[in-house]
Design a protein around this ligand. Structure first.
Ligand SMILES: [Fe+2]
Length: 304
């Protein structure tokens, strides 16, 4: 790991000592943990490079990046896209505004692709998992947030290494395996497209885990572990590295169970029988995923 504060490409992004290896291998895709990294030393993730990247995103006819403004509360909706600002303007005003910018799929740009490949190689070594073979849809995303802004409570379907590169912020995480936090019905609704399915728990506002991250620190957020984020009094830049399991029978089982429950059945929850989960995924889960993909493709290509 590079030890200077120069903004160059570090020789490795993560420490590779035995203790770090144990931490990653024991907890990846299972439990949250804090890690150290050197992404904050890389030119690619500094504001001048991010402004250029945002300009390139805007030039794409169908860029997927997102920006919004507003002051959401922890259990409320996200903000709205400002009609009078472009993506680049929202970024230029990030210090004064109430903006939240997500530069999505930035690995589609060659230099960020190279960074992602480096990350996948290092993380495969640290986790002792062949992430190229057992995980897919490797995604690099950048979150840029105005001072003091909240990212409301939600969950994501991907395993996420969130690496802080500028500013400080607090990440509050909740255990998805705790039925008090997430019921079966909530998981079923989430996996059938109801993204705001998880209920907020006012009595647990500080989460099961709290991580205060600053440049050089990051937090691993397992797939579906709910979370919310509170930015400090600074502009925050975080890099998110996402992985999805190639084989995830539980997702197909949740989707099957959602419809089974609708017709009055009381389906077995995922995790009790791997054979049953596999069968549900092969029979209904794949059908659901195929139909979802077709609908998404038709919408993006033909607007229907
Ligand atoms: Fe998230």
């Amino acid at each position: 790991m590079a030890t200077t504060s120069q903004r160059t490409t570090p020789s490795t992004v993560f420490p590779h000592d035995a203790e770090t290896g144990k931490l990653f291998a024991a907890n990846f895709d299972q439990s949250p943990f804090q890690f150290r990294h050197a992404l904050y030393e890389m030119e690619l993730f500094q504001m001048p490079a991010l402004l250029k990247l945002a300009e390139r995103c805007m030039q794409k006819r169908q860029h997927k990046s997102h920006y919004e403004t507003g002051e959401p509360v922890v259990n409320g909706y996200f903000g709205n896209k400002p009609a009078d600002l472009t993506l680049v303007q929202a970024l230029e005003q990030i210090g004064e505004g109430r903006n939240w910018i997500i530069l999505k799929r930035i690995h589609e740009e060659p230099e960020y692709r190279a960074a992602l490949e480096l990350l996948i190689t290092e993380l495969s070594e640290l986790t002792a998992v062949d992430l190229r073979r057992r995980y897919h849809d490797h995604i690099l995303t950048i979150f840029i947030t105005s001072p003091n802004r909240i990212t409301p409570y939600h969950l994501d379907g991907e395993a996420n290494f969130l690496a802080q590169v500028q500013g400080r912020k607090s990440v509050f995480l909740y255990n998805a395996k705790d039925p008090y936090i997430l019921t079966q019905e909530e998981m079923e609704r989430y996996w059938t497209g109801h993204l705001l399915a998880p209920r907020w728990h006012d009595e647990l506002s500080d989460g099961h885990w709290r991580y205060d991250v600053s440049p050089g620190l990051g937090v691993f957020n397992p797939a579906t572990f709910p979370h919310w984020v509170k930015n400090s009094d600074n502009v925050s830049v975080s890099v998110s590295i996402n992985f999805k399991r190639v084989r995830n029978d539980a997702v197909g089982a949740y989707r099957t169970n959602y419809y089974a429950r609708k017709i009055g059945l009381h389906p077995t929850e995922p995790g009790h029988s791997s054979a049953l989960d596999r069968m549900k995924n092969l029979i209904f889960g794949k059908l659901y995923a195929g139909a979802h993909f077709t609908r998404k493709t038709l919408r993006s290509r033909f607007g229907i």
